[in-house]
Write a new protein. Sequence first.
Length: 233
Amino acid sequence: MSIFKRVEDITMATLHEVLDRVEDPVAMLNQYMRDMESEISRAEVSIARQVAMEKKWSLLVGETQERMEKRSRQAELAVDMGEEEVARRALEDKQTCEVKIEEYRNNHQMAKQQTSMLREQLQELKEKFYEMRNKKAALLARANVARTSRQMNVVMNSIDTESAAKGFARMEEKILMMEADAEARQYMRAHYSSAMPAGYNPNPRVEEELSRLKEARKKPSQTENSATKLPEK
């Protein structure tokens, strides 16, 4: 492998590593999910406050309605008793309540509309969150496959395939020579351990020494046989 190829591979690997640290898909997906969870939590808090405000306006409407009815009864009683000044103050407060109750009713209606709108937005946000959560697993699997494939490509690019192929060829040739040598040795051992083939030309000196050895091995047995014979009478 050339030095330029090695430098290029190292540079590309470093670049990918830097990009991974800058924007890791897994980390970004997790961050997106955390952000959406935070948004959902804030929306739920806002809705809870809005519902509390809605209840507050509803209570004010009810209290003001009761106050109006009370002032109306007080004015009627004061008129019956001839106390016009008391009846006048009761009617003034009643009219004030009429203005306030209209304002409270408008605020209550607006609070209800805002609560309904926030609930729709929250439902939409939750549906989006569930969709992203279901998609997250598939995206993480794809990211894992892409990362593994890229790592394998980097490894393959860093390997000098031409040198490796030549090395394998040399090793294969050496193994073939070892196998041929083993087969030749096995053949020679089997050949010389068997009987001599026809047409073998013996060594005269070896044959002469072999004959003497045979005669020497026969004499002790002949002497022993003669010693065992009985003398004739």
